[in-house]
Design a protein around this ligand. Structure first.
Ligand code: PLP
Length: 448
């Protein structure tokens, strides 16, 4: 399948982004030349996935497509129970309806925004226990998604009021720059969880990319297949939520998989209320079939090598141009370090967003801010939360763009980097939602 992409002029894009209230989510797709907003649901499906779509069994209950998906999930993850959902945040909604209560604290490694949103919506809080190396883009660490074990243990020791119901580890850690978590670290987290009798869950949206990094960076696993490594990772957890729009290689889908029968039974009730019957959970039969094939394909080494190395190709070009990016490169995206790229724009004026807008105006490239706007306000003080990193994420859709597109992106960024010192002012917020504001925020350009 080939899709046309439309070129446009700088003047047109200046106008369009203003009309979009300087929010890249408000742009319609024909106004975007290269779309790096997300790698979520934006990839291309394979011939085998399309073939499976044709065989979709749309029975309300007990469809063959459901059974195929259930068996594949069990084969790949080893978890006993399985519930389909329409996407990742729906899986979070269902599972957290069972597990999260007001006043709870949920430790983990840089929780993804929807994960944090679903926790805070229930008047609970997150505790970020990511290792310090993740917050310095220039430090090399092979597993920057790792959990700081001492910090986690400290939180659990001090949990006298039993406010921590479980621990969640995101593999790979999107918010820290698509950074992987090692098996060694997963094992340590699991030991701490067992010691304090807390279940361990994975936010496993990019578990296959995580397994790839384990294979190439963790000596012990270099001769293991991706499927063996994935199974090993999951063996340390009690359950997972999955946005299948990433390593499921589908445009829409998600699921929960877990071992605890009691949690499964309770989640079943919420799944029926929010998603649909337990054998479709908001998905068409054909989508479940395509997902079963996608999970199988995403856990093959050759696919992952092509995928992750394409992302690294872009990263290497940017590094050659001297552009500051999170290193090592993430599995699904390259993250520009806006604190180093445009330090001349005040943080209160959303420098990462300003850089993302410039990238759109100059090259028609849509990226996304992973910085102060995304971090939302503190739920108690309502003040802006300034995260340690101000990033612009260039998420690469799976099996979609060519290396030539990567070269184009790098050239546009080099062009911007050459005049970066002229950037002085950013944006101010004129309208925002109380939670997950980045999706709908309206901004105004500041001029001096
Ligand atoms: C790590 C992680 N968890 C959860 C989600 C939410 O998934 P969805 O967009 O399918 O709701 C995402 C989406 O980008 C993600 O990256």
């Amino acid at each position: 399948m080939v899709e046309y992409i439309k070129p446009s002029t700088i003047e047109q894009r200046k106008e369009w982004i203003k009309e979009a209230d300087y929010n890249l989510f408000n742009l319609t797709s024909e106004k975007v030349f290269i779309d790096l907003l997300t790698d979520s649901g934006t990839g291309a499906m394979s011939d085998n996935q399309w073939a499976e779509m044709m065989k979709g069994d749309e029975s309300y209950a007990g469809s063959q497509s459901f059974l195929k998906l259930r068996d594949t999930v069990k084969k790949i993850t080893g978890f006993i129970y399985f519930l389909p959902t329409h996407q990742g945040r729906a899986a979070e909604n269902v599972l957290f309806s069972v597990l999260v209560k007001e006043g709870n604290i949920i430790p983990g490694n840089s929780h993804f925004d929807t994960t944090k949103g679903h926790i805070e919506f229930r008047k609970a809080t997150t505790l970020d226990c990511t290792i310090d190396e993740a917050f310095d883009t220039t430090v090399y660490h092979p597993f920057k998604g790792n959990v700081n074990i001492e910090k986690l243990e400290h939180a659990l020791i001090n949990d006298i009021e039993n406010k921590i119901p479980f621990v969640i580890v995101t593999i790979t850690c999107n918010s820290a720059g698509g950074q992987p978590v090692s098996i060694e670290n997963i094992k340590q987290v699991s030991e701490v969880c067992k010691k304090f009798k807390k279940p361990l869950y994975f936010d496993a949206a990019r578990f296959a990319e995580n397994a790839y990094f384990i294979k190439i960076r963790e000596e012990e696993y270099k001769n293991h297949s991706i499927k063996e490594i994935a199974k090993k990772m999951f063996s340390y957890a009690d359950g997972m939520t999955m946005s299948a729009k990433k390593d499921g290689l589908v445009n829409m889908g998600g699921f929960i998989a877990l071992n605890n029968e009691d949690v499964y039974k309770k989640a079943t009730v919420f799944n029926i209320m929010y998603e649909g019957f337990i054998t479709y959970g908001g998905l068409n039969g054909r989508d479940m079939g395509a997902l079963a094939v996608g999970l199988d394909e995403a856990t093959e080494f050759d696919y992952l090598e092509t995928r992750v190395e394409q992302v690294a190709f872009l990263g290497k070009q940017l590094v050659d141009y001297g552009i500051p990016v999170q290193q090592p490169f993430g599995g699904h995206a390259i993250f520009l370090d806006a604190n180093k790229f445009v330090p001349t724009i005040p943080r209160s004026e959303y420098r990462a967003q300003a850089l993302a807008i410039e990238l759109y105006i100059v090259g028609g490239i849509r990226s996304v801010e992973i910085g102060t706007i995304l971090a939302d306000r503190d739920p108690f003080t309502h003040k802006n939360r300034y995260p340690e990193l101000e990033l612009v994420r260039l998420a690469i859709p799976r099996r979609t763009y060519s290396l030539n597109h990567m070269r184009y992106i790098a050239a546009v960024l080099k062009n911007i980097y050459d005049y970066k010192d002229q950037a002085k002012r950013g944006y101010k917020i004129v309208d925002e939602a109380p939670i997950m504001r980045h999706f709908t925020v309206k901004l105004e350009k500041l001029t001096s």
